[in-house]
Design a protein around this ligand. Structure first.
Ligand code: 5RP
Length: 218
């Protein structure tokens, strides 16, 4: 039997084939990305831009130079995992709470490759995984009330503070039939820093690992 960890390892190994010598790579956050990071020392990348403090620490420990996005210009490639992905390669991200920095590094990259195991594939976003939303601390209750008006059930991620010092609301039961519309609507609530729908920044390529092998969709 193939374990989920083996699938994460397999998809990370497959992702290596898209990384070229001399690249500055945008690196996501999470357990799938950790498998990728651990393989990076065998490549000859110039450096990396991290999407979280955790990723930056892991990269640095392996001797990979971590660069400031304000100094690199546009990146050739961003690689990250996801919590859910649909057939349009739209995603929910933010399970690890790094969604804002992930979106920034993703937006600054020419190409976004998302790598997941088959458990992340869904017919419709938001049904199996709540939508993470990063909010300014002072706006937490206000944003939660606005989300309830939109049909959602926000749950405060207690004890968690983002790398930017903000809070996370995990929102259940939102109707995400139209991810592009909802991504924009969430951003219009004052106090929301970022939401975990990646529809405007959907994946350009999806690598999906199943026991039968790794498939690439684009
Ligand atoms: C972190 C993320 C991750 O990409 C997402 O949570 C997937 O993580 P994992 O690879 O551990 O399943 O969005 O904010």
């Amino acid at each position: 039997m193939t374990t989920q960890q083996q699938l994460k390892q397999a998809v990370a190994e497959h992702a290596l084939t898209y990384i070229e010598d001399g690249m500055i790579l945008g690196v996501g956050t999470g357990s799938t990305v950790n498998c990728l990071i651990d393989l990076l020392p065998k490549l000859k990348i110039k450096g990396a831009v991290a999407s979280s403090n955790a990723t930056a620490e892991r990269l640095a420990k392996l001797g990979i130079e971590v660069l400031d996005l304000n100094m690199t210009g546009e990146l050739d490639l961003y690689i990250d995992g996801a919590d859910e992905v649909n057939a349009n390669l739209q995603l929910i991200k933010g399970g690890g709470g790094a969604l804002t920095r992930e979106k920034i590094v993703c937006a600054s990259s020419k190409q976004f490759i998302c790598m997941v195991d088959g458990s992340k594939w869904v017919e419709k976003l938001g049904v199996t995984f709540p939508l993470p939303i990063e909010v300014l601390p002072q706006a937490r209750s206000y944003v939660a009330r606005e989300l309830v008006k939109m049909g959602g059930e926000p749950v405060y991620r207690e004890g968690f503070v983002t790398d930017y010092g903000n809070l996370i609301l995990d929102v259940y039961d939102l109707d995400l039939t139209e991810p592009l519309v909802m991504e924009q609507r969430m951003n219009n609530i004052v106090g929301v820093v970022c939401n975990g729908i990646f529809a405007y920044q959907k994946a350009d390529k999806l690598l999906i690992a199943r026991p039968s092998g790794v498939e690439m969709l684009e």
